[in-house]
Design a binder for this molecule. Sequence first.
Ligand code: SAH
Length: 429
Amino acid sequence: MTAAAAYPLSLDLRGKRAVVVGGGPVAARRAAGLVAAGAAVEVISPWVAEDLQDLLADGRVAWHQREYLVGDLVDPDPAWLVHTATGDRDVDAAVAAHADAARVWCVRADDASASSAWTPAVARGPESGPAAGVTVAVTAGGDPRRAVAVRDAVAAALDSGTLPVRRVRHTSSGTSTREGGSTPAVGRVALVGGGPGADDLITVRGRSLLAAADVVVADRLGPRGLLATLAADVEVVDVGKTAGNHPVGQDRINELLVEHALAGRNVVRLKGGDPFVLGRGGEEALHCAAHGVPVEVVPGVTSAVSVPAAAGIPVTHRGITASFVVASAHEGSEVMTAALKDAPADATLVLLMGVSRLADTAAGLVRAGRPADTPVALVESGWTAAQRTTVTTLARAAQDAEAAGVRPPAIVVVGDVVRVREQLGDLHG
Ligand code: SAH
């Protein structure tokens, strides 16, 4: 039998008689696999190894404590499948011959080439993840180690979220003629932090949920390149602001998430950075919860920490400061300096949404006691090809930003850690 002629097949063995001849570790593995598939498993062997004893103790396997006998494969009922792993070539050969005569598929542990059936190396999508239900079986021309190596690579790919594992369902709006107008099951919403912009700074979990999404509601910031990897029938709703276009309002975004989920779709809300850092993710989660929509959050790499890093600025650094404060500069310097009141005087300040009100912010910080010569870095479009850093001071920040033409999105870093950049330069690879 050549490998090319092998015929792959999946069997539903639930409740079907399956016989394992032998009681050693290989037989134990075979029996465990059959039990997992729901077969009615019988083991024939005078003795059994420890692993098998566990299965026997649970009552999931029947044990005939004796040598194999002619007729075991057909009595009392014909078996559907037999594994023989006795360690004795003659016995395995006899079992295989009897199996053949009785038209029972036989897997021989001692000699695959003399078998009528083989068990593949199997990779399964994790039960709780987007790839649940996906099974990949690998055979490799009678070389089990090679099959296992390929299987391991497939399993890693299933875990990585890069495979198109999305369930393709038929929704009621299609040609379905299902009667009674039954409502589809409610879908789920995942608030996924996409990281600061590079496509590969999303988490593995976020990536795999994205690969399984029916609908993706995307922001302007974050890993937008990943949208191009989605299948053509995945609905992408772009709620971000683009030039000349108004962004979709937060209320409407909340509604969209709930509407799609209630229609039975799996929704990924793809956000820049971390969903719960100045990203209104909390509001979206509350809205879903209030409407009975299951919601989960997948944290992301926040721009507050990662964009300074990309510019060679650690937000904490031994000998400079052991703390940092993240704040929105959007509400104006009064609100911001009030929030900073109790922070250590040397704490690094990381300001988001800080470009438009930079003059006001910088002046407010000086009024609140920060020295006018405190170093400031303005890091635009972190983790993209357009990343640019302007280094200045609180006193000069507004005029230097204006002269350089600094544009959002940008992170404003205030503190002596900015000087570390002099030695490190850009670090974004
Ligand atoms: N939830 C996001 C922040 C959203 S608020 C996060 O955790 O990163 C939007 C602000 O984030 C922008 O105005 C800007 O200040 C900052 N920002 C996000 N991505 C950025 C990037 N790639 N480069 C510079 N600033 C960024």
